[in-house]
Ligand binder design. Sequence first.
Ligand code: ZN
Ligand code: ZN
Length: 332
Amino acid sequence: MTYPWHIEALNPPFGDPGFYLFNHASGQALLFDLGDLHRLAAKELLKVSHIFISHAHIDHLIGFDQLLRLFLNQAKHLRLYGPPGIIAIVGHKLRGYSWNLTAHHDLRLTAHAVHETRIEQTTFACRHKFHPEPAISLPRPSSVICETSTFSLAAATLDHGLDCLAFALQEPPQIKILKPELQKNNWLPGPWLSQLQRLLRHRMQNTAPPEPTLIEINGSSYPLQQVADTITQIRPGLKIGYVTDTGCTPENWRRLLPLLKDADMLLCEAAFLEAAADKASVSKHLTAAQAGRLAGQSRAKKLRLFHFSPRHAHQAAEFYRQAGEHFAGPID
Ligand SMILES: [Zn+2]
Ligand SMILES: [Zn+2]
């Protein structure tokens, strides 16, 4: 399958953690964590609209200033999500600079603090010297914390000695219109095609109007199902999991398995090798073997490892070997 997302690590596996995900269809990008960003080109970073921060340890947030500087003169609205406390941390970072010459810039940044049952949000506008607007608190009825037309994003709160978020990005089902079939039926493209896609999406989300639904094409009416069977191909949306800085505890596992279930790609930290499993346990990180087990038990199709501890420098191959003892799918 050609991935609709280009997934790029911010750094090599022994460097700062995080991933840049670019969606080919929408032209938008998102970031999982904000390690050092200098390897990414400015024109790629400027496509970012959403940033998902697992926790505020410095290796996951040091890129914030780089991103801020790049976006400063852009009339854009960035959305940042993180664990409880992230709004104060973003506020402190913004207060660390003087903003007397930037009141003509229209950059806005909304920070969201993800709690178990609610999401608190505050907007900081460059025009107002990044003084925080009053916070709003919204209920969080499910694991989903963010929904756009391109993806929805669910999160679970894990224990890393502090609250640390794991993420699962889910695309909606993708409906492809088969142009040769359109021509065979002499159905001319028109607004009915968007109507068809909208109705099919609603039906997949169980919000469809009662059947039978008719679609009008060039003056004639056809049942929705007949049109869908004739000219569409539907593939399930892609699922991408992101897990970092988490202890291998029964409670973390209980939260991770449903979040990551059947992911097409699992991006997972592997901080330590088995020889340092005690270090992993004390610092609440995963070993390569535990990352492999997580991928296997959550039935991921592919595993990508990152965030290797420098104490194992020169042993990169061993991370993949140890993870591979517990996961039969491809690992890179
Ligand atoms: Zn870390
Ligand atoms: Zn950490």
